[in-house]
Design a protein around this ligand. Structure first.
Ligand SMILES: Cc1cc2nc3c(=O)[nH]c(=O)nc-3n(C[C@H](O)[C@H](O)[C@H](O)COP(=O)(O)OP(=O)(O)OC[C@H]3O[C@@H](n4cnc5c(N)ncnc54)[C@H](O)[C@@H]3O)c2cc1C
Length: 262
C-alpha cells in the first residue's frame, strides 16, 4: 500500500470539499473493492475520504411508486429490508446473493455502482428496473450510467447519494455464481412494468447490458417459453478461465428464463 492521507467526512458537503481540496482523492464506502486495490498498489490516491460516518447517506424509503436506497446502504440492509422485500423482492434477493456475510455487511450499493465491475450484481437490477442514480449534482438514467468496464458516467469527484427504483409489477433475478467468489458468471434481472419488459445482464460483457430481442418477445408474452429459441450472439462477451463467451451466451438465455420463473 502506498502512503495516502486518510480523512473522515462529517457531512456530504465536507466529503465533497475534502475531495475537491485534494490532489487526487478517492471516496471510501465499504472498502470491499477499494482497500484490496490499494493493498495491491493498483491505485495511488493522495487522499482517501471515508464516508462511513455519514448516517444521512444510509437508509431505504418509499417515495410514490419508487423505492429510494441511499448510497451507503449495505447489501445486507437491502437484503433484509421489509420494504424492499415487500415491494421489489427480486432486488432484496439479489442483494443476498452478493459475496459472503462480510462483503454484504460492509459493501454498499453506491460503491458497487461507482465501481461498475463487469460482474457486479446490482447493475443488472438498476438497468432492468430503469432506476435513476442521484448524485450531488444531477440525476442519471440507468441507460446512461454504465459506460464500460469499471467505467461510469460519473464525473471526477461526483458522489452518488441514492438510487431510485420504480416498483415493477413483477421482477426476478437469477445468476450462475462463480463457485469461489460468488460473483455472477452471468446474472439476469427481468422486470415487468406497464411499459413493457426490461431484461439486463451482468457478468457476461464489459458492463451490464440489455437484451432487446428478449424484451420484445417478453413484452408480447411474459413467459420463459417466449425466449427459449432466441439465440444471443457471443460477440463481445467475455472469455476467461471460468467460462467461454459461447457458454456465457448460452447462460444468458438459461438465467433469463429462470429469472422469469422466480
Ligand atoms: C470476496 C468478494 C466477493 C464479492 N462478490 C460480489 C458479488 O457476488 N456481486 C457483487 O456485485 N459484488 C461483489 N463484491 C463487491 C462488493 O459488492 C463491494 O461492495 C463493491 O464492489 C464495492 O462497494 P464498497 O461499498 O465496498 O465500495 P468501496 O470499495 O469503498 O469503493 C469502490 C469504488 O467506488 C467509489 N465509491 C464508493 N462509494 C461511492 C459513492 N457513493 N459515490 C461515488 N463513488 C463511490 C470508491 O471511490 C471506489 O472507487 C465482492 C467483493 C469481495 C471482496
Amino acid at each position: 500500500m502506498y502512503d495516502f492521507e486518510y480523512q473522515r467526512a462529517i457531512s456530504v458537503d465536507d466529503a465533497l470539499k475534502k475531495y475537491a481540496d485534494s490532489e487526487d482523492a478517492r471516496f471510501l464506502a465499504g472498502g470491499m473493492t477499494l482497500v484490496p486495490v490499494l493493498k495491491q498498489r493498483l491505485d495511488q490516491p493522495s487522499n482517501v475520504v471515508d464516508l462511513g460516518d455519514l448516517a444521512d447517506m444510509r437508509g431505504i424509503s418509499q417515495e410514490g411508486n419508487a423505492i429510494i436506497i441511499k448510497a451507503m446502504t449495505t447489501h445486507h440492509a437491502v437484503n433484509s429490508s421489509e420494504l424492499v422485500i415487500s415491494k421489489i423482492p427480486a432486488l432484496a434477493h439479489l442483494a443476498g446473493t452478493i459475496g459472503d456475510h462480510m462483503v454484504r455487511n460492509r459493501g454498499t450499493i453506491g460503491g458497487s455502482l461507482a465501481n461498475s465491475d463487469p460482474a457486479a450484481s446490482y447493475p443488472s437490477a438498476v438497468l432492468a428496473l430503469n432506476a435513476t442514480i442521484i448524485t450531488n449534482n444531477r440525476e442519471i438514467a440507468a441507460d446512461d450510467f454504465f459506460t464500460g468496464m469499471f467505467d461510469t458516467a460519473l464525473e471526477e469527484g461526483e458522489l452518488i447519494l441514492s438510487v431510485s427504483f420504480p416498483i415493477p409489477e413483477e421482477a426476478g433475478y437469477k445468476h450462475f455464481p462463480n463457485p469461489a467468489s460468488r460473483y455472477p458468471i452471468v446474472g439476469s434481472f427481468v422486470a415487468k412494468t406497464s411499459n413493457g419488459v426490461r431484461v439486463a445482464i451482468t457478468g457476461a460483457g464489459p458492463c451490464a447490458f440489455r437484451v432487446d430481442d428478449f424484451e420484445d418477445a417478453l413484452t408480447k408474452k411474459y413467459n420463459p417459453e417466449a425466449i427459449r429459441d432466441i439465440k444471443v450472439s457471443d460477440e463481445g462477451l467475455a472469455t476467461d478461465i471460468h467460462a467461454s463467451a459461447e457458454y456465457r451466451a448460452h447462460l444468458i438465455n438459461v438465467m433469463t428464463r429462470r429469472a422469469i420463473g422466480e
